[in-house]
Design a protein. Structure first.
Lengths: 422, 106
């Protein structure tokens, strides 16, 4: 969409009119509570605090003191990053931006009285609530696996100790042993994530664990996946003979696991494995269900403001939201957070609101200096967040372009984490 | 001229920015909102990895670069896509915002 000035003024005036009148508080400043300190929540808290210049009271509720980004956690597995380099604290958000950072779990939401209850017992009042809890797993989506089995067969789809555990288990695979991944059905967090992970696991086995004869089996309930041609090209050229991807057409969706026996059964065939990564089907973080704002597995939102379709005082960001065409990614959540922050400030302080614009790019590393990317721009329609334009890396690209793409991803990581944590 | 892509320098390509675009007066407040999209990758304190610094560039440099990406004169699919949806007014708004940042810092 290209806006000329006349169109643009018309649209922004219409959006401003459609939004609730600024909240007038009997006393004190308007209050925003943000639940979840990842790419959506941390960015939203920071932008609201920064741009309202103290006019809005911002509380960020996040259980972990040291947050590990899910993006780039595959590069830790592959030996390209240290775990420390993907860990971030909330110190700057508290000291530089005056955000009230509370390390606790949100366990209850009363939409009538506009309160959030924390596991520690405290109650927080809000005028606007931003939920950015990421994903949870759907119980029973992989037969034989439950969260109780996550130490034997890690998901590693929330970064941190799970990622460390998975890496350690892969390093312990014996010579010529077998690693299996159970890939998730759509929609899920980070569409290229499982396949970048396969690449990084192959890299770890081949170059760091001195185990180039190990086998990687991927059982996938999908017939195709993000950047499939690019990944398969890289698997063939860098990790020839190591990776066996079994898509839905070949029974990849008919899978069960036995974490005690360490077996994976794919379309009736039982395989003994030395390590296994189960990435179950996903749903919005549980707090969205508790708030009663989900339909099916996700929380539907308006693309104009990221407001819940169920409750206009709640905005939902990132993976947990059902918004339309954007993939569930850290970049998407960061992009959506800026639109939500602008809308929340507009509603609470009367600041100017512009038409929502979104973008996303997902970089993936296949091998040393072999980076690929896919990206798109988006706009808000009344129905959804709709894709405008996009691109994807091409197979057969020159090595120097792939290296530049990888370098770009390093710069992006540095940029987005500064945009989140200050 | 310094360019925003790490791969090519603007003096290697010929970018004739229309006079009307250079003459537009940008809306700084709108530019600040649009610039939030840039900040996902471009760090405020300068160059990082393969992402060049865009802070401290003059209005002319920014307009030329964004126009060059939008018209696909300068390669890089991410920037061609990002600039591809910008109107002349939006390019002017972004340039005006970043120019003001320079003046604040001074």
């Amino acid at each position: 969409m290209k806006l000329d000035r006349r169109n643009f003024i018309g649209t922004s005036a219409a959006i401003a009119a459609a939004m609730a009148a600024p909240t007038v508080m009997a006393s004190g400043k308007p209050r925003v509570v943000v639940v979840g300190g990842g790419a959506g929540g941390a960015t939203a808290a920071r932008y609201i605090a920064k741009d309202s210049k103290g006019a809005i009271d911002v509380t960020l509720v996040e259980p972990t003191r040291n947050y590990y980004t899910c993006f780039f956690s595959n590069l830790y597995i592959g030996g390209f990053r240290s775990l420390d380099s993907i860990g971030h604290s909330y110190g700057n958000l508290a000291t530089e931006y005056g955000i009230n950072v509370v390390h606790d779990w949100a366990v209850g939401i009363d939409r009538g009285s506009k309160t959030v209850t924390l596991a520690g017992g405290a109650t927080l009042n809000y005028d606007r609530l931003i939920l950015s809890p990421g994903i949870d797993f759907i119980d029973g989506s992989v037969e034989g696996w439950s969260i109780n089995a996550q130490n034997k067969m890690p998901h590693a789809y929330k970064a941190g100790s799970q990622t460390e555990l998975l890496k350690a288990q892969i390093e312990a695979v014996p010579q010529g042993g077998v690693f299996a991944m159970v890939a998730p059905p759509n929609p899920y967090r980070c569409p290229p994530g499982p396949y970048e992970r396969v690449s990084m696991i192959a890299h770890l086995l081949k170059y760091h664990a001195n185990n180039p004869t190990a086998k990687i089996i991927v059982a996938d309930p999908k017939p195709k996946f993000s950047k499939m041609g690019l990944f398969q090209e890289g698997w063939g050229s860098h990790y020839s003979g190591m990776i066996d991807w079994i898509g839905s057409e070949f029974g990849g969706g008919n899978v069960s696991v036995d974490p005690d026996a360490m077996t994976v059964t794919i379309d009736g065939e039982v395989t003994k494995v030395d390590a296994c990564n189960v990435i179950p089907a996903m749903k919005a973080g549980r707090i969205c269900e508790i708030a009663g704002i989900t339909e099916g597995n996700w929380a539907p939102v308006s693309g104009h403001t990221m407001q819940s379709r169920v409750d206009e005082n709640i905005h939902v960001l990132g993976d947990a939201s059902a918004q339309g065409d954007m993939p569930k990614s850290g970049y998407s959540a960061n992009s959506q957070a800026k639109v939500a922050a602008m809308a929340v400030r507009g509603a609470l302080t009367g600041s100017k609101v512009f038409p929502a614009k979104f973008s996303n790019t997902c970089w993936s590393l296949v091998h040393t200096n072999d980076g690929v990317k896919v990206g798109a721009t988006y706009e808000a329609t009344d129905e959804k967040i709709a894709k405008i334009d996009g691109f994807v890396s091409k197979t057969g690209e020159a090595a120097d372009l792939r290296k530049a793409t990888y370098q770009e991803s390093i710069g992006w990581y540095s940029g987005i984490t500064a945009d989140m944590f200050g | 001229m310094v360019l925003l892509s790490g791969q090519i320098h603007a003096d290697e390509v010929n970018i004739d920015v229309p006079f009307e675009l250079l003459e537009l007066v940008g809306d700084v407040e709108y530019g600040e909102y649009l610039a939030s999209d840039c900040k996902t990758c471009h760090k405020a304190d300068g160059e990082s990895g393969g992402i060049p610094n865009i802070y401290g560039k003059s209005m002319g440099e920014l307009i030329t670069a964004l126009y060059g990406y939008r018209e696909k004169i300068i390669p890089n699919p991410v920037m061609q896509m990002q600039a591809g949806r910008l109107s002349d007014e939006e390019i002017a708004a972004l340039a005006a915002y970043f120019e003001i940042l320079i003046n604040w810092e001074e």
